[in-house]
Design a protein around this ligand. Sequence first.
Ligand code: NAP
Length: 299
Amino acid sequence: MAVEHSAGALAGKVALVTGAGRGIGRAIAQRLARDGALVGVHYGHSETAALEAVVEIRAEGGRAFALGARLGVPGDAEAVFAAFDAGVRGEGEAGAPGAPGGLDGRGERGERGERGERGEPSEADARGVGGVRGVLDILVNNAGVSGSGPVGRATPEVFDRMMAVNAKAPFFLVQQALPRMRDGGRVINVSSLASRRAFPESLAYAMSKGALDTMTLCLAKELAGRGITVNAIGPGFIETDMNARRRETPQDRAALAARSAFGRIGSPADVADVVAFLASDDARWITGQYLDVSGGTDL
Ligand SMILES: NC(=O)c1ccc[n+]([C@@H]2O[C@H](COP(=O)([O-])OP(=O)(O)OC[C@H]3O[C@@H](n4cnc5c(N)ncnc54)[C@H](OP(=O)(O)O)[C@@H]3O)[C@@H](O)[C@H]2O)c1
């Protein structure tokens, strides 16, 4: 049954969640939409999953569109926002009618390669479709990659990839977001417990999340004048593809679960609910913080 979303805590807000086709990002997109936000469901590779997420959100009475652009490559942030602007415009939020965002959940693909398949980009494409900037209230930097291994196994390529996707992309996404973001906005960075506890088995990953935490602190100071809060959250072990290798056997699962004070592995919704709080007006007096969302892991 369709639910009425327009009266929720985020009614009238526009959100962008990166990496929202699957895992934690998908749960965040669903929750923000349930609270009334129009949500840009970004994906890098998982287009089908992102389209499914949009269809699910719409079936529940929410509003969402999908947008694709790979992170960690040159021009990634610009590509995300060109696609985001087109999607927002398609939803009629930027004051200009008639753009993509049809009933199949498809927004716009921002990657140059994809555009190339359709022919040369038009001048309008290059400026964002119609040259109209989307409006934005909530940016959730969720997309991330892990699996860097310990220092002894590290390679420059893997190190660069961790930094490019987990730290550099969020940095430039914020840069692109700010001219679009309305006063009172929210930046929420999905960090990790790994930046606060020793996690030598994935050192470059942990370092990239440390960079995200530092960005959070500095930006909070800079953006407070606009009423924009900037916070990071640190999930512990959450049941997603990212750590599937760590819970292949019942024994592995039990060992992972035992690290939480609650004796279980977290669910994506455990994280999404905290993001919804930080995105809401109730969290207006919280900024520059790292919020542990690990279910009391290794207390
Ligand atoms: N799961 C955990 O235990 C855990 C714990 C602490 C922190 N985290 C953090 O939580 C966030 C979400 O992770 P998850 O657990 O949901 O992992 P996941 O299931 O592996 O999902 C990762 C997401 O990031 C996106 N992504 C990865 N590389 C990308 C790229 N190059 N370009 C664009 N998008 C990319 C993926 O989108 P596509 O498939 O579309 O590329 C996917 O939606 C990450 O930042 C992660 O570091 C997770």
